[in-house]
Structure formats: structure tokens, C-alpha cells
Design a protein around this ligand. Structure first.
Ligand SMILES: NC(=O)c1ccc[n+]([C@@H]2O[C@H](COP(=O)([O-])OP(=O)(O)OC[C@H]3O[C@@H](n4cnc5c(N)ncnc54)[C@H](OP(=O)(O)O)[C@@H]3O)[C@@H](O)[C@H]2O)c1
Length: 340
């Protein structure tokens, strides 16, 4: 029997990618998809790539979500909305939240960064951080998963092997760039095409919400007590893709840094250690994270690239669902991307 899933917030970019992946998943049936302004519209009229591929219609988010009988609910709502609804979900239903509402363990840090009161502190500890490559066993046993942020995914995957072995010395500089779809489907001045095409700029200096998320999970991977991340985000003039460059000093000279990465990720299908530089083109539309690691003397440089909407959001959420339901982690996620 197929697992029945629902998507709350299915009309945005995250929802669009969830539908694209889940409608092709051999072990899943999409039972319902909910939206806000788009409620009442056929899915294919909003996500035109899905024309002729689904007859689903966006429904209004139900008042009483506890009555919804599905195996898994994905939440792809703007920050601050899932925390109002998830406490009402039946305990028999698994939850995967793509927003930042349940990623941070300390709700005060959440409140400061996201600028709002946390309304579901009592269930915060029931969430597992959903980065499969570092938290697989916990995700398998979890009922609720907080899907990592897109920048956090690319950054943590780039740094995990070094942090696990305690090889870094002091501060790590993370220079991160994203495409415009990271800001969601609703137009805003900073995502408007004439404003973003041909432009490149830094934003959210010293206040990006993914920095504490990165430091929190690196501290779970290894001893990060002497560490700190200087994290700077930039806007790239592309619609999809995240590229992260990490610069750090190591405690000892690392002659075989590439082998260190190959060994660390030897059982992780979605992590590819590549030669030269990763490229957002080769991970586009896929759940892969491509990584390259270099060291000379005590200096190391690590690059990673993901598709923010797939490995950075919907693909990773489906990877987590697969683990939570006991499926092969790769089920429904083998996509070859395209060249160029
Ligand atoms: N975009 C990314 O690359 C990315 C990556 C990782 C995580 N995320 C996170 O995933 C979540 C969804 O992101 P997204 O890019 O898919 O955003 P989006 O394109 O803006 O979509 C937001 C969804 O939430 C619904 N919604 C908006 N306002 C609502 C409200 N007041 N009440 C109920 N529903 C509302 C929208 O419905 P209507 O359109 O029908 O109003 C839409 O379905 C966010 O928390 C985001 O931070 C995004």
C-alpha cells in the first residue's frame, strides 16, 4: 500500500518541488494539497509544469488538521505559520516542516532572529534536525523533522568531515551565494527580475538566521566549542542554486583532505566529491550536494553546491520521509539533472 501524504503550502516554490518529486514517487500517493491565496485553483494552473500530470486542486488549510488521516504532512509555509498548526496534528501522523520554526533548540534565539514570539515551545524538543547525512538514525526514529535551511545544508555538509575530526583551528569563514528562488514565489523588490538580473550583492550581514542553525548542528557533529562561523550571504543572478565557499585554518597540515571527504561520505549517495570546483549547473533539479576540498599547508578551502529547492528543501524533505517510513533513502529522488 502506498503512503498517503499531504502538503500544506503547496502553491509556492517548495510546494511545487514537493509535488514534482512526490507525484513520481513509486511508494507515495499525494492525498491533499493546501494553499492560502491559491485555494480553489487546480494545481496545474499554478504549477504549469504539472499540466496533464495531476488533477489535484488546492484546498483551503483545514481548521481542524487533527482530522486529516494521512501518514505524513509536509509543511512548506513561510516562517511563523507551521508552529500555529503542527501542535494540532494527530500524533499518528509524521510531520516534516520546511520552515525555520523548529530548527533551533533555543526558542529565544529563534525569537530574536525571526522577530516573532515562538508559539509552540512545548513541542520544540520533539523535532529532529533533518540532515540525513549527519542525523540518519535519529531521523529514522523521528515523528517530527525540522528540515534544514538551504544555506545551512550546503554549509554543514561542506564542514562536517573537518568538524567531526576536530581539525579546524578557530574561526571558519563561510562565503555563501544563492539564487532568487530562495526567497519564495511571491514577488518582492529583492526578487524582482530587473533588480536581480546582472546584479550581485551581499545581504543580512551578521544577522542571517542560518548562522546559529549551522553552529548548533556543527556542535552536535563534533567538538565545536573553540569554533565560530563568520557567515556572509550573497545574491547571485540565477533562479536556482547555492554555492558555498568555506575558508579555514587546520590544526595540522592535511595532505589527503579529499580522501578525508571521500571516507566520511562513502555511504552517502547524495554527496559527490568532485574534482576542480562544484558547479550549480550539475546539481540543478537533483538532490545531490557536490563538494570539493583542497588544502595547502595549514589552509583549507571547501566548496559545495546544491539546488536550494531540492537538496536545500523539497528533495531533502522527501529523503527524510523515506527514512521515517523505512523506504530506501533514494526512492523517488534519482534525478539526473541536465547538461548544460
Ligand atoms: N525557497 C527555498 O529555496 C527554500 C529552501 C529551504 C526552505 N525554505 C522554506 O520553506 C518554506 C516555504 O518556502 P517557499 O519558497 O515555498 O515559499 P513560497 O513560494 O512563498 O510559498 C509559501 C506557501 O505558503 C502559503 N502561504 C503564504 N502565506 C500564507 C499564510 N498567511 N497562511 C497560510 N499559508 C500561506 C502560500 O500559499 P498561497 O501562495 O496560496 O498564498 C504558499 O503555498 C519557507 O519557510 C522557506 O523559508 C525555502
Amino acid at each position: 500500500m502506498r503512503a498517503r501524504v499531504a502538503i500544506v503550502g503547496g502553491s509556492g516554490y517548495g510546494g511545487s518541488e514537493l509535488l514534482r518529486i512526490l507525484l513520481q514517487h513509486p511508494k507515495v500517493e499525494v492525498a491533499a494539497v493546501y494553499a492560502n491565496e491559491h485555494a480553489g485553483k487546480e494545481v496545474f494552473r499554478v504549477h504549469k509544469n504539472l499540466f496533464r500530470l495531476t488533477e489535484l486542486v488546492f484546498q483551503r488549510i483545514p481548521e481542524d488538521i487533527s482530522q486529516l488521516e494521512v501518514d505524513v504532512i509536509f509543511f512548506a509555509l513561510p516562517h511563523g505559520h507551521a508552529m500555529k498548526i503542527i501542535p494540532k496534528v494527530s500524533e499518528k501522523t509524521k510531520v516534516i516542516d520546511l520552515s525555520g520554526d523548529f530548527r533551533l533548540k533555543d526558542y529565544k534565539v529563534y525569537e530574536e532572529l525571526y522577530g516573532r514570539v515562538h508559539e509552540a515551545v512545548e513541542i520544540q524538543s520533539s523535532f529532529v534536525y533533518g540532515l540525513a547525512e549527519t542525523n540518519r538514525d535519529l531521523i529514522r526514529r523521528a515523528n517530527r523533522v525540522a528540515n534544514p535551511g538551504c544555506f545551512a545544508t550546503a554549509t554543514i555538509l561542506a564542514l562536517a568531515p573537518i568538524v567531526k575530526k576536530g581539525l579546524f583551528s578557530g574561526r571558519i569563514i563561510v562565503d555563501a551565494k544563492t539564487g532568487s528562488s530562495g526567497s519564495g514565489a511571491k514577488p518582492a523588490q529583492n526578487t524582482h527580475h530587473p533588480e536581480r538580473m546582472n546584479s550581485f550583492y551581499a545581504y543580512k550581514l551578521f544577522q542571517h538566521q542560518h548562522k546559529p542553525e549551522i553552529e548548533q548542528h556543527l556542535a552536535e557533529i563534533g567538538d565545536f566549542s573553540g569554533g565560530a562561523v563568520l557567515f556572509v550571504t550573497h545574491s547571485m543572478p540565477v533562479s536556482r542554486g547555492i554555492f558555498v565557499s568555506c575558508y579555514l585554518e587546520t590544526k595540522e597540515e592535511l595532505e589527503c583532505i579529499e580522501q578525508l571527504y571521500r571516507d566520511f561520505y562513502k555511504d552517502d549517495f547524495f554527496i559527490r566529491i568532485v574534482e576542480d570546483s562544484p558547479d550549480i549547473n550539475w546539481v540543478k533539479m537533483t538532490n545531490f550536494c557536490d563538494i570539493a576540498a583542497y588544502a595547502k599547508g595549514n589552509q583549507a578551502v571547501i566548496f559545495s553546491a546544491i539546488d536550494n529547492l531540492v537538496k536545500g528543501a523539497a528533495g531533502q524533505a522527501v529523503q527524510n520521509m523515506n527514512l521515517m517510513l523505512g523506504f530506501d533513502e533514494r526512492e523517488g529522488l534519482i534525478s539526473m539533472g541536465s547538461r548544460p
